[in-house]
Design a protein around this ligand. Sequence first.
Ligand SMILES: [Zn+2]
Ligand SMILES: [Zn+2]
Length: 165
Amino acid sequence: MTLDLRDVVGVPGHSAAFDYSPDFSGLLSDSVLAVAGTPRARGAVRNDAGVLIMRAELDAKLVCVCARCLREFERDVSQVFEVFLSENEAAKDDPEYYRVEGAAVDPGEIIVTELILREDVRLLCREDCRGLCPRCGADLNEGDCGCKPEGDPRLAALARFLDEK
Ligand SMILES: [Zn+2]
Ligand SMILES: [Zn+2]
């Protein structure tokens, strides 16, 4: 979707609203496999005393892969954020601004970029996921696999030291 900003650029106090289901295919990666259901993005671009500000509220459900146990899980993403936009040529190289070209922006594109910047790189199915056994590959969330834990070399050295005493 392209949001027309001709009525907003250069007109302080004006705004343009959006409420739609953005295309999130740009979010997909090795750890984000799919978008479940219909994501929704709503918000507006407003001209605040000459400064263009986009506020967006996002609700989406993503199918992710846990970085520890490799299991798929669904994750609700609810975020509200505000970013600065600029039609100024000089803003092109400024990371603080998203550039507006031809008095229009694609809110979905900005939202995807913001999400990638904000999301954790290591997605976990739950905070205390135990992951896979490094020896046999069993999912430790489902119980102990019976492998002996690998000794911590620092503890082994300490044990030797205490033995000698
Ligand atoms: Zn996990
Ligand atoms: Zn094991």
